[in-house]
Design a protein around this ligand. Structure first.
Ligand code: HAM
Length: 422
């Protein structure tokens, strides 16, 4: 194909094309499948929302809201934002459609693109794809554990092994304000630079996540939230860990975890993969009790996660693994002659109706070109049909890995191919 287009995709907006798009779809479907196994229903929500939803929901001081949003005025001068994450939109929809009047918890799952104006690098895009779940309305540690276990099961279904789950508790209204003051007092005594001091004022927890060695050293003895949890928050967290043990989900405690979104309370977690370099977070989430009320809805609790599909695909490749391509065909038709071509088209239709994945050669190619196409397709079998076979009422079934070919009656194709595929 000659290249005539002078357009390129916007920076950081990936195109998903075969053959790699097969991995993307297989990973996304496996992650969604894990959520379905736990009864999460599907939601498909708008890409655009009122800008205020994210400012209020995710937090004005977060990088996501203050630096990374794709925000613009629509033709009526109303400020809209391309969703940077999924939780705020799910809350908006749950409030708007009174989902709390049904059975609780409301368990919802979504898959799709999100938009953040970030510095683009490997594993960090401006259009990123997530599979996420939200479980709304019941504050039960068993539900926290279920949500975490669903994410873990998703990664296992994909075939990932080289990741770890980090968990912590960020406390709640009963203990976080006092802890925040304690941490601010501690940080105020340190010889920190101006910028960091300012950050300590706005969100002191972020200082604990500073990657600079000198700051790490200074904050080595900083008070940690997990040591200052209220009795109820501690009991909740202890039970989550017990349930995770019961579910056989392994985890490590990371009391310094800081998430990039402000709505988290109590249980908070992250899945980290070491094969990815700097962008090692393949998924994360936590509880966000209070968010729905802040957005003008009923005082319902919630917990969920977002998994980065792009990064999960990269992690799988880093482990040297791949999933079967959903568009991979089992059988490839090789017609030799016009009448044979017509018969193979009909045969392909019958095979597909029986659930067998079939493609074929088109355009009247010769046997050499058509067989090459069959090999390239990755199919296990070729159906080779010449006009003479047609007259004899049979077709050649060729095993493309061994090269063995045998003739089968035309009327038995579906049964024979089904049997051959096992
Ligand atoms: P998040 O940690 O901001 O959480 O994003 C979830 C995942 O999306 C990350 O762990 C990462 O794998 C992927 N991700 C984020 N930014 C990028 C990017 N620029 N390029 C590629 N992948 C990226 C949330 O979004 C929360 N809404 C999750 C949640 C749901 N919490 C509760 N419920």
């Amino acid at each position: 194909m000659t290249k005539t287009s002078t357009f390129t995709a916007p920076k950081g907006f990936p195109d998903y094309l075969p053959p790699n798009s097969g991995q993307f779809v297989a990973v996304r479907d496996a992650l969604v499948g894990a959520a379905r196994l736990a009864g999460f229903g599907h939601v498909e929500l708008p890409i655009l929302e009122d800008t205020g939803l994210f400012a209020r929901g995710v937090g004005e001081s977060t990088d996501v809201v203050s630096k990374e949003m794709w925000t613009f005025d629509d033709r009526n001068g109303r400020s809209v934002t391309m969703r940077p994450e999924g939780t705020a939109g799910v809350m908006r929809a749950a409030i708007e459609h009174n989902l709390d009047r049904g059975q609780l918890p409301v368990k919802l799952c979504y898959a799709g693109p999100f938009f953040r104006y970030e510095n683009v690098q490997a594993g960090r895009y401006r259009q990123l794809q997530q599979v996420g779940v939200e479980a709304i309305g019941i504050d039960d540690p068993a539900l926290d554990a279920e949500v975490i276990a669903v994410a873990d099961a998703g990664f296992k279904a994909v075939g990932l092994t080289g990741y770890r789950l980090e968990v912590t508790s960020l406390g709640d209204d009963t203990c976080r304000p006092a802890y925040r003051e304690l941490l601010q007092e501690f940080l105020a005594k340190l010889p920190l630079d101006e910028d960091t001091r300012r950050r300590a004022q706005i969100n002191p927890l972020r200082v604990l996540d500073d990657k600079r060695p000198e700051v790490r050293e200074l904050t080595a003895d900083a008070p940690l939230m997990v040591d200052h949890l209220s009795e109820s928050a501690k009991a909740h967290f202890d039970q989550v860990l017990e349930y995770l043990d019961a579910l056989g989900v392994s985890y490590v405690l990371n009391p310094r975890m800081v998430r990039g979104l402000d709505y988290y309370t109590k249980t908070t977690f992250e899945f980290v993969h070491d094969g990815l370099g700097a962008q090692s977070g393949i998924g994360g989430g936590g509880r966000y009790d209070g968010l729905m009320e802040r957005l003008g809805g009923p005082a319902l609790s919630g917990i969920g996660f977002g998994i980065g599909v792009d990064r999960t695909v990269l992690a799988l490749a880093a482990e040297g693994k791949s999933l079967p391509d959903p568009a991979q065909v089992d059988v490839f038709g090789v017609p030799l002659g016009a009448a044979a071509g017509r018969e193979l088209v009909a045969m392909a239709g019958r095979l597909r109706a029986a659930g067998i994945r079939v493609s074929q050669s088109y355009g009247g190619r010769g046997v050499k070109g058509a067989m090459k196409a069959a090999d390239r397709s990755g199919a296990r079998f070729a159906l080779v049909l010449g006009d003479r076979d047609l007259a004899a009422g049979e077709v050649g079934l060729k095993d493309l890995s061994t090269g063995e070919q045998r003739q089968i009656p035309l009327g038995d194709v579906v049964a024979e191919v089904t049997a051959a595929l096992g």
